[in-house]
Design a binder for this molecule. Sequence first.
Ligand code: KG4
Ligand code: ZN
Length: 371
Amino acid sequence: MGRSARAARRVGRNKLALTLGIETSCDETSVALVEDGRRVLSNVIHSQVDLHKDFGGVVPELAARDHLERLPGLLDLAFEKAGASPADVGLIAVTRGPGLAGCLLVGVGVAEGLSASWSRPRRARAGRTLKLVGVNHLWGHIYAALLTRPDLEPPLLGLVVSGAHSDLVRMPEHGRFEVIGRTRDDAAGEAFDKAARMLGLGYPGGPALDRLARTGDPRRQPLPKPSLPGLEFSFSGLKTALLYRLRDLGDAVTPQDKADLAAAFERSVVESLMEKLDEALSGTSVANVVVAGGVAANTLLRRRAAEVVAGRARLTMPTLELCTDNAAMIASAGFFADSPPHHVGRSAAPQARPGGESHSSIQVDPSLGWD
Ligand code: KG4
Ligand code: ZN
């Protein structure tokens, strides 16, 4: 952005409406600055893929230490990219769960430290209030859709598909979620990661399986499509079916077989997700659907979700960068958790929810649900 564009934006900006987001729940360290909960000024993400790839998965202790080492540099970078300073921040939003305990503690500890230091009267601007809010990571995935489409408002129907969750939720209003479907065993992302390992694709598995599937034909090595009654998912049987198929093929397995199996596995997972999304959509009259979370970056899922929702509701899928873990979505979710929507406008500073107050310490919860 040129100097004049930045200067013009600074004039119009309500500086205290900036939310600083911090995300460290798993293997991405991310810091973001978001304006009015809907406009990303910066969203810097450091992926720990290189750190964990030799181990074939995330090593929690290494992940936590790396978050701590990376956060100071990422904070500087996020402010530099946004053309902002800590004095512009009115709210700090940090992921408090679900995620890896040690990783969450690093993000929360840093957020608390920043909040305490920036709130000191001698540093604070006159009349400044700096608030700190702990954010549910799953809410963040839904709020990523608001960053992609700023006019999006609840009520909406959401499908959040990530490394640990495959949840269908109703969101009647900001900050309220009702789970209407979930997985009985593996999450979709977990299933992709395990299938990728079986196919020798290593970590991270989902994106690699997506790439390989593009070169395969799902009809040549078909796999069963899991189907449970109601709005429940199950992917562990499909995983076993792939294991047995690979055992049967043994040493005779060719690269084309693997590509075909990747395509078949992907199709079964995606069609199972789409069947339940279709069912949930039929049972409700909702104008907006959101499909989000890391697995929403999947090529086939993006295409099929557009087909399934077409003509019945407006579908929003976050951009690829906002599907996988990032701090901008945490900043947005934190902003709306802290601000009732009728107070949210371009010129409004964040207001406390009725009964909500600024927190000085955040409770980490590694197994947090949607509450
Ligand atoms: O939301 P996310 O970044 O982290 C969690 O909250 O878990 O999701 C990560 C999951 C991983 O399982 C990863 O393999 C999967 O999302 N994933 C994908 C793709 N990109 C990421 N799965 C399938 N296709 C992709 N393109
Ligand atoms: Zn996530």
